[in-house]
Design a protein around this ligand. Structure first.
Ligand SMILES: [Zn+2]
Ligand SMILES: [Zn+2]
Length: 347
């Protein structure tokens, strides 16, 4: 069949090498450069059908799609309607994605592709996500590759992550996020020399990791916290509160995500470093400054909330019985006292 599709023999060989090794990986075997013109179109069409069969195989009855189809980049949001424990978000998303073209005649844009790559990637379907990237009718932009790289970071995929990072470095050399994601992956694998080399590469290119800062307004005054920074006049109280919360969180089942620490130190030290992340300090300060109040705690963070702070804040909101709203550089998170976040853990 592949020969009928006009796939060059080199590519064919690679397909079968991969087929033997890993059935799922077969979809990544053909490099886009190998195919041109009609060959490429035919290959894409066959891939699309096969992909559709596999990914869309379980067409759960999700919410109906409006007659206009999803607006731009709405796939993630729509698939997320059932999120908060919905393990079929990728399938719902895929349904919207394909319905757009098949029922509504709308061609997916780069945003739609990125949203779908995100859903597949986060669901752990990294090979499917990569296949979708490679079968896009246009060159994936750095955002799409970065989305994929983020999924690799979440799932600790080293080789796929490296390949994605290379693409982002190429397409957007000023993207600090790609270097940081790659450092995270290396750190999660204990590859500290690689972590150092990424840092060096960043320095050589004049890129700096922005320090994480969190802000909270208390009694009309804005308070700033940096990770590990202990210069606030009420630092002692804040540390005491964090230690207290940490004990309660641990008892409630919280496990610190030490993978989020990019330093080669002991597990204990990593835990301590995590505990003093800027958003946790700001939240603890919010709590000690408003005991007895039922008002939500509002924190603004200049970077994306790290995975550990996200988990920890869910525990803190539940333990304190308070809503905690965190605005990070990507979105709003409403952590409610039932221990859930409004982002459904997609951020
Ligand atoms: Zn954090
Ligand atoms: Zn969230």
């Amino acid at each position: 069949m592949a020969a009928e599709m006009g796939i060059p023999s080199g590519a064919l060989e690679r397909i079968f090498v991969r087929l033997d090794r890993d059935d799922v990986a077969r979809s990544c075997a053909v490099c886009r450069e190998d195919l041109q013109g009609d060959d490429r179109r035919r290959w894409l069409e066959a891939r699309r059908r096969d992909f559709h069969r596999r990914v869309g195989g379980l067409r759960e009855p999700g919410p109906p799609l409006g007659s206009q189809g999803p607006p731009r980049a709405d796939i993630r949001e729509r698939a997320g309607i059932q999120r908060g424990g919905d393990e079929h978000a990728d399938q719902h998303g895929w349904r919207y994605f394909t319905d757009m073209a098949e029922l509504h005649g709308l061609a997916p844009t780069a945003d739609h592709f990125a949203a779908m790559v995100d859903l597949l990637g986060r669901s752990g379907r990294l090979f499917d996500a990569k296949e979708l990237l490679e079968s896009m009718p246009f060159e994936p932009d750095p955002v799409a590759w970065m989305t994929f790289l983020t999924a690799c970071r979440i799932h600790g995929k080293l080789e796929l992550g490296e390949a994605a990072a290379e693409r982002v470095y190429e397409l957007d050399p000023s993207s600090t996020a790609s270097y940081i994601a790659m450092s995270n992956i290396y750190a999660a694998h204990g590859m500290w020399e690689k972590v150092a080399s990424v840092r060096k590469k960043m320095e050589e290119r004049g890129l700096k990791k922005l320090p994480g800062l969190s802000f909270i307004e208390v009694d009309g005054k804005l308070h700033e916290f940096s990770s590990g920074g202990k210069y606030h006049p009420r630092t002692d109280e804040i540390c005491e509160e964090l230690t207290r919360l940490h004990g309660l969180m641990r008892a409630a089942g919280y496990v610190p995500d030490t993978k989020a620490v990019l330093h080669d130190v002991s597990e204990g030290e990593k835990e301590t470093m995590l505990l003093y992340h800027s958003e946790k300090m700001a939240i603890a300060f919010g709590l000690v400054s408003s005991r007895g109040s039922g008002e939500p705690i509002r924190v603004v963070k200049n970077l994306r909330v790290c995975s550990d702070c996200h988990t920890a804040t869910k525990f803190i909101a539940r333990i304190a019985g308070r809503d905690i709203i965190v605005r990070d550089c990507n979105r709003f998170h409403l952590f409610s006292s039932d221990g859930k976040c409004s982002c459904g853990d997609y951020w």
